[in-house]
Design a protein around this ligand. Structure first.
Ligand code: 9MR
Length: 369
């Protein structure tokens, strides 16, 4: 038998115990590995691994990915008879290489449509477009993409259906048809309805009615994506909790698909993510151009902690929580609803460093175990 030096054994045990309980060595995905996927949205540069430091951060912290833009129809299907899968192929390969959960965003959305799609004016042409578009893309990644946003943002704020080009040409049947086409192309992939503000009562009621209708008409829908473009003080934890409960009572998974929290002034009380809403900027509207004051940093950390505490409470109902972007410097919220501001919505700052928000999310799970 080999001699084991008890002194060395003691030292290495202390070292191991210290390391394994050292919060600094944990990452988001490891900390939440028994709960739900922790995802991020990737830009084209990130898919192409252009910056080694960002790439390392993505691989260390996240186990789920969404393409922030490159899988939208204007990029994947620029002309009627032409698809371009250059970047989406790289996106899927990146996820596979890193053993990540791969989410497809998005198949049917009124925004970021190719110009030729906007001109579709009759039901025959739109039906043909939907069939070709959904079948081609979903079949191409069959068995490789784990879930899809089949329909994105089909609702108005009052819960009625948005008058999109799809609704105008096909009527509300386009919703169930989209889910049927996707399920036919890949019967095993998880299919989601994704929208912003659907934790707000009126829009939530609309989303619930929509999901019920899709099911009643024979569509396969596996989950709802609550985007989660939120603010420091709203929506309330109570409304988010009601949403988790009401959606999961429909027998579907709940995912938080585009989480970020703005800390900047919002005098118009804008909610959600309607990219058509844009306003002029001013110094008053951009109060933290250099750094975020500690007091606001703390508020952001507390807000993230209370949100993740709720997510943990309902982890049996939640499939995935994805942040909308990897770090503050790249967030779309630097340009919406006012261009060129400096916002701080994510757990990593512009230099890729952990913010107090990161620590509060991580600590929360560890202290509860
Ligand atoms: O983050 C995306 C931004 O870079 C694009 O300019 C914008 C264009 O519509 O889309 C943003 O992502 C949106 C997502 O695809 C759907 N939900 C709202 C998101 C924020 O606008």
């Amino acid at each position: 038998m080999k001699f084991i030096n008890p002194y060395l054994l003691a030292i290495s045990t202390v070292f191991f115990v210290n390391c394994s309980s050292n919060k600094e060595t944990l990452t988001l995905k490891d900390s939440y590995k028994n709960d739900f996927y922790i995802g991020t949205a990737l830009s084209a540069d990130q898919i192409e691994e252009k910056d080694a430091k960002v790439d390392s951060l993505i691989r260390t912290e996240f186990n789920a990915i969404t393409a922030e833009n490159i899988m939208k129809s204007m990029y994947t299907h620029p002309q009627k008879d032409k698809y371009d899968f250059t970047l989406s192929d790289k996106f899927v390969a990146y996820g596979e290489k890193n053993k990540m959960f791969i989410h497809g965003h998005t198949l049917i959305w009124h925004s970021q449509l190719a110009p030729w799609m906007e001109k579709i004016a009759d039901s025959t042409e739109m039906k043909a477009f939907m069939k070709d578009h959904i079948t081609t893309i979903v079949s191409k990644y069959k068995g490789r993409i784990n879930s899809w946003d089949v329909v994105n943002e089909a609702l108005n704020e009052d819960g009625t259906l948005r008058p999109s080009v799809f609704l105008k040409t096909l009527g509300e049947k386009y919703l169930v048809d989209a889910f049927k086409l996707a399920a036919k192309a890949d019967p095993k992939v998880d299919l989601y309805y994704n929208d912003y503000n659907i934790e707000e009562p009126a829009k939530r009621a609309g989303a619930i009615a929509l999901i019920k209708k899709i099911k009643a008409e024979g569509g396969k829908i596996d989950g709802v994506g609550i985007q989660g473009h939120w603010r420091l003080h709203s929506p309330s934890i109570e409304e988010i909790e009601k949403s988790i409960l009401e959606y999961s009572a429909l027998g579907i998974k709940v995912a938080f698909t585009e989480l970020d929290i703005t800390v900047l002034p919002n005098p118009w009380d804008l909610k959600g993510a309607d990219v058509n809403q844009n306003f002029e900027g001013s110094a008053k509207m951009n109060p933290y151009p250099k750094t975020l004051p500690d007091s606001v940093q703390t508020k952001l950390a507390e807000r993230y902690a209370s949100i993740f505490k709720l997510f943990l409470k309902h982890k049996d109902k939640i499939s995935r929580v994805t942040f909308w972007g990897v770090y503050d410097g790249q967030s779309w919220l630097n340009d919406w609803p006012i261009k060129g501001r400096t916002n701080y919505p994510l757990p990593f700052d512009k230099d890729l460093k952990h913010k107090p928000a990161y620590d509060s999310i991580l600590k929360l799970n560890k202290t509860e175990e």
